[in-house]
Design a protein around this ligand. Structure first.
Ligand SMILES: *Cc1c(COP(=O)(O)O)cnc(C)c1O
Length: 633
């Protein structure tokens, strides 16, 4: 079909461009009138409707929107996929999931997982005393697993032993040999038989961002020598029957299924030999690592994965069954600690665009007789652009522009002429970019040209607070406008946040085939907000954030979609006020107000303002203190 026909832009074109069907896992879709919707099996609700509902409740942008149904659905899918794999492959053991609290510790998330997970006895993985306490106060179902990783002191261990008394299966996973004597001593004192696990150091190498959790230098897990020490110590105490769980964790976001298979095969070797030593192993905990396909590429690369959920489950079950059958070992209960995959989908960061900056030339004045010679030279380049000599045209343009700047510095060109030169420069670069679009091969020097001319869209959010992994590890998330998707996006842009930090920008996006340096967006309309969604941000983003420029926590809204197409606000949490963030860094809002009052009183005394003005100023100071840290309209 000839491109020049330029068929009307449709919602389908947007779906293709932003890849929503590739990464959304069926949780988000597009409505016929061009809006992103949150989906369940029975219904879909436009995110824009939810934003309107928030505004009516005085909850403004930026907002983290959590959709409870999605969290429930992920727990359902994970448990059901394992059940299906176990059935299909005739595995004799069962599956028990635990959610690692560190991945998103927010009370509402943890409570929802405990509540929905009850039917599967979905438990928790905890790595510290605060997480342990969070787990103990939310889990209800006796028989649920609590897996304690991390370094454990006496208090931590006592909490765990009390959990066992309450009917939970609370495992202490031994990470260092020093923990063992405390566990032995405390369990005797409290007269509880402890559940003990050992974390082994894996040598399987894993690709991806987080691969240092495995291998020789991993800080976690016991070396083989330490493992033998633990076994001997337990034997000596006549407690080897307490050693029931083998734990290994290869890392997070493992993109390659083969690495997972290799890891499990290695774990099975430990499992078999520890059982041969007399340990009563009956659980194998494979840790986290189940990846999220952020890019939707279904490939073995960092932001993706080359397997589906059911393949992940089947490969685990299959590898365990085959390896253990060879050793004639009974099939253990399979435990996994999927965090990222459980919570990533359920949160969306929403923000509005405050302003844009573009690098378009403004209208160029007609050439005049007495124009500066450089302007004439630039006009000649413009008139003679040649697709076969674009590199040369580009070099000339640059040269003349730099020359114009130099002449301005030396007083040989006036401000108006300089402005025309800068404008001509932009005009020529845009013309070159347009010609590049029609070419098969772009000269290397000109590859970054399009990006250097991209608009800047200023978003009402802080990257450091809400999307720390974009800054810290170049993570990519799916990002797209959540409305106007039946309209062709005609601008190419990067997104800047409102911190005054040059790192506070997003300039790497998931593209149709590969990473893109710009995102296609719509021009802003007068009198209409433009909203962007950053998707799949439920894992690791919400509490890693810092108070860069003292932008605080955003508003958080949790909704539940009903099958009749309505939705409810389950919970709303107002973000930090300015007084909140100031007090985090040890200011005292009360005495700040007193100081301000005194300053204003002095101004009254000195006749700079009236007493009435002072009252107004104090009122607005107070209102600011109680207000949101982000841009308010
Ligand atoms: C972080 C962590 C997890 C979670 O990993 P995901 O890849 O997010 O599922 C699980 N187990 C342990 C021990 C961890 O440290």
């Amino acid at each position: 079909m000839a491109k020049s026909q330029n068929p009307r832009w449709t919602v389908k074109d947007s779906a293709q461009l932003y890849g929503i069907d590739r990464w959304a896992n069926d949780y988000f879709g597009l409505s016929d009138d061009g809006k992103v919707t949150a989906k369940t099996l029975h219904t879909q609700v436009p995110l824009l409707d939810i934003i309107e509902g928030m505004a009516e409740r005085d909850l403004h942008m930026p907002v983290i929107l959590r959709i409870e149904n999605i969290l429930d659905a992920q727990i359902f899918r994970l448990n059901e996929a394992f059940r299906q794999a176990i059935d299909t492959l005739g595995y004799a053991g069962t599956y028990r999931g635990v959610y690692p609290i560190k991945v998103n510790q927010q009370a509402q998330v943890v409570e929802e997982i405990a509540d929905f997970g009850k039917r599967y006895q979905h438990g928790f993985e905890v790595g510290s005393k605060p997480e342990m306490i969070a787990a103990l106060s939310t889990l209800e179902e006796p028989g649920s697993l609590i897996i304690c990783n991390g370094y454990k002191d006496e208090e931590f261990i006592e909490l765990g032993l009390q959990a066992v008394k309450l009917g939970f299966i609370c495992f202490f996973v031994i990470e260092t040999p020093t923990e063992l004597p405390i566990i032995i001593e405390r369990s005797k004192a409290l007269d509880v038989k402890p559940y003990i696990g050992v974390r082994v150091k894996m040598t399987t190498k894993v690709s991806g961002h987080w691969n240092t959790t495995s291998g020789d230098r991993s800080v976690f897990g016991l070396t083989t020598t330490q493992l033998i020490e633990v076994v001997d110590k337990l034997k000596a105490e006549n407690m080897l029957d307490c050693l029931q769980l083998l734990h290994c964790h290869l890392g997070s976001q493992i993109p390659n299924i083969q690495d997972i298979r290799n890891g499990i095969a290695e774990a099975c070797r430990f499992y078999a030999d520890l059982r041969a030593e007399g340990a009563a192993l009956s659980y194998i905990d494979l840790g986290g690592g189940l990846a999220v396909d952020y890019s939707g590429a279904e490939r073995n690369e960092e932001q993706s994965r080359n397997y589906s959920l059911i393949e992940y489950c089947e490969d685990i079950v299959d590898t365990l069954k085959q390896t253990l059958d060879q050793h004639k070992m009974p099939h253990p209960t399979i435990v996994t600690e999927s965090g990222r995959a459980t919570v990533a989908y359920s949160s969306v960061l929403l923000f509005n665009i405050l302003d844009t900056n573009n690098f378009e030339p403004t209208a160029l004045p007609e050439p005049k007789e007495d124009d500066h010679p450089l302007l004439k030279q630039m006009r000649d380049v413009r008139a003679e652009l040649n697709p076969r000599r674009l590199q040369e045209n580009y070099n000339d343009t640059h040269y003349y522009r730099n020359e114009a700047r130099e002449q301005f510095r030396r007083g040989l060109m006036d401000l108006r002429s300089r402005s025309v030169a800068e404008n001509l420069f932009l005009d020529i670069l845009h013309a070159i970019t347009a010609l590049l679009e029609t070419m098969d091969r772009v000269p290397q020097d000109l590859e970054g040209l399009k990006q250097s001319l991209a608009d800047i869209y200023y978003g009402n959010f802080s990257l450091f607070q809400s999307l720390p992994d974009i800054w810290a590890i170049d993570q990519q998330f799916p990002i797209m406008p959540i409305h106007r998707l039946d309209e062709k996006p005609t601008r190419e842009a990067v997104i800047a946040d409102i911190t005054c930090d040059c790192d506070g920008k997003i300039d790497s996006f998931i593209g149709e085939y590969e990473t893109q340096k710009t995102l296609s967006l719509h021009p802003l309309k007068e009198d209409e907000e433009y909203y962007i969604g950053v998707f799949l941000v439920g894992a690791y983003q919400e509490t890693l954030g810092d108070l860069h420029n003292l932008f605080g926590d955003t508003n958080v809204v949790s909704v539940r979609l009903n099958s009749d197409g309505t939705y409810e606000f389950v919970k709303e949490i107002h973000g930090d006020t300015i007084a909140d963030v100031l007090s985090y860094v040890e200011y005292q809002p009360q005495s700040m107000l007193v100081n301000y009052r005194n300053t204003a009183e002095r101004a009254v005394r000195e006749g700079r303002i009236t007493a009435r003005e002072r009252t107004e100023m104090i009122k607005s100071f107070n209102a600011s203190m109680q207000g949101y840290t982000y841009y308010e309209k």
